[in-house]
Ligand binder design. Structure first.
Ligand SMILES: [Mg+2]
Length: 262
């Protein structure tokens, strides 16, 4: 098995999730379908709870303040639980709004927050378990034993990351990570995000090795001076010949060789 050496100066590993620690299909085939399939059930069960009321309020606010302003062709509703007497109808409206946002691939805060709460309930009850490739946990343990720090950088929110690893197929893995970053620090294809992460970790960029399946992210990290290894997993986007030639590639974390680490 071909190994890839990481620089001896490496003090931290920064890991992407989808396509890197976790099958790219997890979000698409497990998490998103879960929302669609359990929306009605979730809303009916939690409708009277404060958190759910706040989520609904935020969804409504977004429709009024953003979507209507931009003349988006979205279902416009007057979802207001304080005046609504027909709960079933109100729930139906929220379902339509959420499904519309998901179909339009909206990344609104309102949608993300609501989905996050649904997933939290699903993870906590054991109906969803975060998937991680088999080589991930043993490799991270090895790196940590050698004094390396391990961080996550994913476009999923920090809360979603913690759920995935906190309720994973291999149990609670949160102790394996020194910190989590999401797009609140910046887009994953923007070199500035990696500069900020470097600052937050408190080291030099060349001390960080970033593992990702997406070459646009790899390029941005490289621009920031970070060492990059591209992870090739089943179902990941095909790399061009040029990309294959340019990047160090691994198909398993166990292929990373730590040179000069005790
Ligand atoms: Mg990825």
């Amino acid at each position: 098995m071909a190994t890839v050496s990481i620089p001896a100066c490496t003090s931290a590993l920064l890991l992407d999730i989808e396509g890197t620690t976790t099958p790219i299909t997890f979000v698409k085939d497990i998490l998103f379908p879960y929302i669609k399939e359990h929306l009605e059930d979730y809303l009916s069960t939690h409708w009277e709870e404060d958190e759910c009321k706040q989520d609904v309020h935020l969804l409504k606010k977004q429709v009024i303040e953003e979507d209507m302003k931009q003349n988006r062709a979205c279902p416009v509703h007057t979802v207001d639980q304080t005046v609504h007497t027909d709960e079933e109808k109100a729930i139906r409206e929220v379902i339509e709004n959420v499904l519309w946002q998901m179909a339009a691939d909206r990344k609104s805060t309102a949608l993300k927050q609501f989905q996050g709460h649904m997933w939290r309930a699903a993870y906590a009850s054991g109906r969803i378990k975060g998937e991680v490739y088999q080589d991930v946990v043993p490799s991270i343990r090895t790196w940590r034993a050698r004094g390396l720090k391990v961080y996550i950088y994913s476009s999923g929110s920090v809360e979603a990351q913690k759920l995935l690893f906190g309720y994973s197929v291999e149990g609670d893995l949160l102790e394996l990570f020194d910190g989590h970053f999401d797009t609140s620090i910046g887009a994953k294809v923007d070199a500035k995000s990696y500069e900020r992460i470097t600052e937050r970790i408190g080291c030099q960029p060349e001390e960080i090795t970033f593992l990702t399946d997406v070459t646009r992210e790899a390029k941005a990290a490289e621009e920031a001076g970070i060492n990059v290894v591209v992870v090739v997993r089943p179902g990941n986007m095909e790399l061009t010949d040029e990309e294959r030639a340019h990047y160090n590639l691994i198909t398993s974390f166990s292929q990373l060789q730590l040179t000069g680490h005790a």
